[in-house]
Design a protein around this ligand. Sequence first.
Ligand SMILES: Cc1cc2nc3c(=O)[nH]c(=O)nc-3n(C[C@H](O)[C@H](O)[C@H](O)COP(=O)(O)O)c2cc1C
Length: 394
Amino acid sequence: MLDIIKYITNPFAYLCSIEFRLRRLRRRWRTMSKIAPLRYFLRSRYAVEATHLECEAFGRKFSSPVGLAAGFDRNGDMIDSLASAGFGFIEVGSITTREQRNTSKPSLYALEEDRALIYRGQTDSAGVEKVIENIKRRHSNIMVGCNIVKGDLTPDEDAPTEYLKLFRPLYQYADYFTINIAYNSTAKCYTPYDKDEINAILTPLFEFRRGQNEYRPILMKISPDITDEQVDIMTDIMLETPLDGIVACGGSIGRHGLEKSASVMHSIGRTEGTMCGHPLHERALEVVRRIYERSKGTYPIIGCGGISTPDEAMAMLEAGATLVQICSEFIYGGGASLRSINMGLDERIRAKEQQAIEAAKAKEAEEAEAKAEAEKAAETEVTTPNDKANENNG
Ligand SMILES: Cc1cc2nc3c(=O)[nH]c(=O)nc-3n(C[C@H](O)[C@H](O)[C@H](O)COP(=O)(O)O)c2cc1C
């Protein structure tokens, strides 16, 4: 309430707010999606073409492992501009069955010094039908994931029906699905972490997929707030069912790691909502590492949470992620941040490959040297008894 009064009495505060900046940013990317010359401009300015970034997951090739996480292109109307800027894949959503608006004001807080954001309120979605219209219109063949979530007004017990209602019409337009059970920006958050409850949501989706000609990978997005034991339960669900992977993680309802934003936190008070951005990174890494170790690296993991530099993206890949996603960093830094992460990641992957080649060469040389020494020793052993025999005979 105080914030609304502040905005009415001081419109300049609204114009400077992160909410307004994000709205303007989204409008810009939406416009650029529609205009071909602007998409060429984006490609020439931000895209990084580097063979070392190319990777494979779900049987598909990606130009970069860096994708856009759900929450920026909620309705699939920016796919072409985002693809031109150099993302390797785009996750649209979260998508709800019917249109729903986030009426919380403000819905977003910037904690710039910590490179973090706090998002609160309901999911903002134009509804599944509108999203399908938008996805159909895209020109780019970039991999598009559809992140689906239960509507805020739907009772929890109706969740399985609701997810199926989203999954069915989107099936032919999505390249993969993310079943979002991690989204908790409202106090009444829906986060089922019971095996039976999750299986009740997933089983109808697997059954529907079984009857289709084309295979669409299904991933589950989890929260960083769950305990390690719950992470193991989620991993076991992946190992025991036809689930194809996990997106780890969404935002956190915790406020840890906000070291430099004490004054902003004091002014916004104890607001509910999801914290995203840099402070999430350590926990997201831990979760990815844990899933990777338990599943012995047999499933693709999309690592997400607090990636704002190439080193953080690389750390996520080294922890076991096949692909990574960014959201807050893109909101702060736009195409320039994406370019810097892609370029830095390319350098690091290239350097790692070079190191591996040099290590292999060094090992080969060492082995050859050891072999030569062993041969020399054997030769000496063979000649020595004869020499001794000759000496004795002499
Ligand atoms: C403004 C905003 C809106 C978001 N909306 C969604 C959403 O609708 N669905 C979802 O699964 N995640 C949503 N997220 C979470 C992101 O997808 C991501 O998991 C999280 O922000 C961690 O990544 P980051 O640290 O790079 O931002 C949102 C994040 C932000 C910042």
